[in-house]
Structures are given as C-alpha cells and as structure tokens.
Design a protein. Structure first.
Length: 239
C-alpha cells in the first residue's frame, strides 16, 4: 500500500458531535451507574477540554466504555473490535455514536485512518491498548496501535486507569454485580517520546490496586539456566 493511500480520506465523514444516540446512551448509563455502580473520577483536569487527544485505558469489562464517556462532557470516539457489530443493536449504537470499529488481530489501515482523522479534527478518542478485556483483572501487555495513531495525528496520550469494572462484570457473568467503579486520569504523555507507550502503561499501573497489577515476569526455567553449583561442577570436571 502506498503512502498516499495510507493518508486517504476515511470511508465515512468524520463527526465529532454528540448525536442523539450518544446522548441517549450516556443518559441511560448515567442512571444505571448512579443506582448500582457509583463511579469515582479523579485526575479529570488532565484531560484537555478541547483539541485532539487520545485516551489510553486498561480494559476490564464492557462497563469501561460508558464509564469513560461519563467522565467528560466531551464527545468521545471509542475504538472497539468489529465483532461487536455482529449484534444489530450494538452496530446501531456504535454507528450512532461515531465509534471506529477495528478488526482485531490484523492491521486495519482503514480504521487507523479513521482514528487519525478524528484526532486531527480535534476529537477525543479512547482506545484500549491491551486489545481485549482482561481475563483475570490484571493489567495486560500493550499493543502499539494507540501510539501509532497518536503520533500520526501529533496529539498527546492521556493514561486512564479503570478499576472495579472487572469485579463488577468478569468474563462469564451475564450481568454486572453492584460495586464501586473508579477512573483516574494521569498527566498527558508526549506521543513523540521513544518510550511513550511504556510511560502510559506505567502511569496506569501506578493507579491500580495490587490485585490489578501486571503479572510479574516469569522466572527463568531452572532446567535451561544452569545454577552456580552446576556451572562450577562442569568447570571442575574440565580440569
């Protein structure tokens, strides 16, 4: 694919306004959250009120998207996997809210162009760099798509730490259980920095409780890495 085609216009006009579908969904979830899932928002001052910005959040459950929308009066363009559009209702909602659907597990350049177009138009875009919901509540590895989009558009990354939504709605549960949710924004990270993605992930981890921290690195395999004694025994055998 040529450079010109990568910067071609998105497949549909970019809208950064809050449609009636967006307003309706936000109002409905506002009521549900206040009744059963009272949220706490912190660090909202780190989210710019205007201009293109990419919110990079950890992904705990289906509750994360409306939680981010509740945290700001801005229109938020969400990036979600295209399999959600298999549901006619969700497809209608996503389209009505001006979301960007992306094919998971493959390079989706059309989706990348759409994300960049939203950012260049001054929109707030929310992405989940883990690429999928956590299976055990812990922070997972990050993919580079969010960073690539932010760099192409020349906008900052704002880390967002979501907590409580996995406990409320873990995989396999049909409906969420009442619990408290929290969303905390960290100071913006310059997407041009060479370690920008690592900084974003570290900022999110700092704001998560111990049970949501990433798994520690795996210990080396004792059979493949000789111990000090084993190495010394081999050395003695050679003399």
């Amino acid at each position: 694919m040529t450079e010109a085609s990568e910067h071609a216009a998105p497949e549909r006009p970019v809208r950064t306004d809050k449609t009636w579908v967006y307003h309706a969904c936000r109002s409905a979830t506002w009521l549900g959250y206040r009744l059963a899932l009272p949220p706490t928002f912190r660090g909202v001052e780190h989210l710019p009120k205007t201009g293109g910005v990419l919110v990079a959040a950890n992904h705990q459950s289906f509750l994360d998207i409306p939680l981010i929308a509740q945290s700001t009066g801005r229109h938020v363009c969400f990036v979600a996997r295209d399999t959600l559009a298999h549901s006619k209702l969700l497809a209608y909602i996503m389209n009505g809210c001006n979301a960007v659907l992306i094919g998971r597990g493959k390079g989706d350049r059309a989706a990348l162009r759409a994300i960049v177009a939203h950012l260049e138009a001054g929109d707030c875009v929310a992405m989940f760099p883990e690429g999928t919901r956590t299976r055990d509540g812990r922070l997972g590895a990050f993919h580079s798509g969010a960073l690539v989009a932010a760099r192409k558009a020349g906008v900052p990354l704002v880390p967002a730490a979501v907590d409580g939504s996995w406990r409320a709605w873990p995989p396999g549960r049909s409906l969420p259980r009442p619990t408290r949710l929290s969303l905390e924004y960290a100071p913006a990270v310059d997407s041009a920095l060479p370690d920008a993605l690592e900084r974003v992930r570290a900022a999110i981890a700092e704001r998560l409780p111990p049970d949501a921290q990433p798994h520690p690195p795996s210990a080396p395999d004792s059979e493949s890495v000789p111990t000090t004694d084993a190495r010394s025994e081999r050395a003695e055998g050679r003399h």
